[in-house]
Ligand binder design. Structure first.
Ligand SMILES: [Zn+2]
Length: 475
């Protein structure tokens, strides 16, 4: 519409000018350097218009000639970039399809055609990893460190490689660097926490844990339990240095965080007892016992007696303990043990039978063995003892501290698995049972990589190197 109006205006001006010239006839005389031209006005106007058109044409031609090389270069560059992006896309498709040879070829092609180091370096690293060339991949990742745009991906690639090699020292340094670059990335915090805890850097681990829970890298209940485990270790370290007040404060905090966490209760009870505070010590054990009975709790309950307490008084104390959790086999076994020491055979047999009558329940193997001892001690009946021992051999194993990362058994709890070094993976459970008594949600334990929160699933198709467990394989 606007263009039509504009055209009409221009046409009107031209027509008006022509009419004006027609209405005002006359001759223009030009006298210059001895030349004399006389022409009607309309001829002169026409000549001026023709001259202007010719000049415009000349200018365009000149521009085209001067700009030709630059236009040629520009077109060539565009074609090259288009080819480069096509190679990059084909390379990514090859990585996703798990075709290392094509991935490598396209990576090289894209690198030559495109001046985009962030994209081509990543593809080259992926292609190298896919082809099993970890050395070349590491070289690409290190080159990526030099560019602020790609540094984080470079650190990540190197970190995953270090984790796959089980080089936890190197992994810790890289995870710290990753945290410096991106302090709020969930997988960085979860990984860094695992590595700090694994290294026994309890206070650094605690600081990272707080951030990790804050950004939802770890669920709050898991964070609380990890914190309790850290505090127990800090308490042990302080106690070893003779700093009893610090040790007690840390153990108390751990106990308050997770009242059912027996290792924390045992420590707080012992420290309170040693500090001549028997009432809170016993109360801590009672609370924990009611929440989740555990043999370590009954053991510390047995320790916390005034000197000179006789064995019959101990039997009474354990009867109180059993009364707090009548269904728990741990209580009956502890009571039977103390009753046998007091030579109260009937009492001991009553409680052992309660556990042994439930052969599928935990602790029955120990109950059968104790019944064998009882037969020998009470009546010297070796045949009966042998029968109980035979049943013990067939019963389910007793619960133990078992590492959810490597499956190894431990005699006593510690924050780090002695076999694999994973943090807070020991849980009290019957070996081989799928249900862990103290089990944590998957991914909360150490061993980091595959189930690390925030990481894309392992396997082909991911642009970022993804760790895999237990068998290292290129992503
Ligand atoms: Zn382990």
């Amino acid at each position: 519409m606007a263009r039509t109006i504009w055209f009409m205006i221009k046409l009107a001006v031209v027509v008006a000018a022509a009419l004006w010239i027609a209405d005002n006839p006359g001759t223009v005389n030009l006298d210059w350097q001895g030349w004399r031209v006389a022409a009607p006005l309309w001829v002169l106007a026409l000549a001026v218009v023709a001259l202007m058109a010719f000049a415009a044409l000349l200018y365009r031609g000149w521009r085209a000639i001067v700009g030709a090389p630059r236009a040629f270069v520009r077109a060539r560059r565009a074609r090259k970039r288009e080819k480069g992006y096509r190679a990059l896309t084909q390379g990514l498709v090859a990585v996703a399809a798990g075709d290392p040879a094509s991935a490598k070829t396209f990576a090289k092609k894209a690198d030559v055609l495109l001046n985009e180091p962030p994209l081509t370096l990543l593809l080259s690293a992926q292609a190298a990893q896919l082809g099993g060339d970890e050395t070349a991949a590491a070289r690409y990742f290190r080159t990526m460190l030099e560019n602020p745009q790609t540094a984080f991906l470079g650190v990540r690639g190197l970190l995953m490689q270090a984790l796959r090699r089980n080089d936890h020292g190197e992994a810790l340094l890289l995870a710290r660097r990753a945290q410096q670059i991106q302090p709020k990335t969930p997988w960085v915090l979860a990984t860094l926490f695992e590595l700090e805890a694994r290294a026994g850097n309890w206070s650094s681990a605690e600081a990272v844990l707080r951030d990790a829970v804050h950004v939802d890298a770890l669920p709050a209940p898991v964070g609380r339990r990890h914190r309790a485990a850290l505090l127990v270790e800090q308490s042990d370290a302080a106690a070893a240095e003779g700093r009893r007040e610090v040790a007690l404060a840390a153990a108390q905090q751990a106990h308050d965080l997770d009242v059912a966490f027996a290792p924390a209760t045992v420590r707080v009870a012992r420290l309170l007892w040693a500090a001549k505070r028997p009432r809170p010590a016993l109360r801590a054990v009672e609370r924990s016992w009611k929440a989740r009975p555990h043999p370590d709790l009954s053991a510390v309950w047995g320790e916390m007696v005034d000197p000179g307490t006789d064995v019959l008084a101990q039997v009474k104390r354990f009867q109180t303990l059993v009364g707090m959790a009548p269904e728990a086999p741990e209580g009956h076994l502890a009571l039977a043990e103390i009753a046998m020491r007091a030579r109260l055979w009937g009492e001991a047999r009553k409680h052992l039978t309660k556990v042994a009558d439930r052969p599928e329940g935990p602790g029955s193997r120990r109950a059968f063995r104790m019944l064998a001892e009882l037969e020998e001690a009470e009546r010297g009946d070796r045949d009966a003892a042998r029968r109980w021992l035979a049943r013990a051999a067939e019963a389910d194993p007793d619960p133990a501290w078992i590492c959810s990362a490597c499956g190894s058994h431990a005699d006593r709890w510690s924050a780090r698995c002695a076999a694999c070094g994973s943090f807070d993976t020991l849980s009290w459970q019957v070996p081989g049972s799928p249900v862990a008594v103290l089990a944590l949600p998957a991914g909360s334990g150490a061993g980091v990589p595959a189930d690390m929160p925030g990481l894309p699933p392992a396997g082909g198709g991911s642009i970022v190197p993804v760790p895999s467990r237990p068998e290292p394989k290129p992503a």
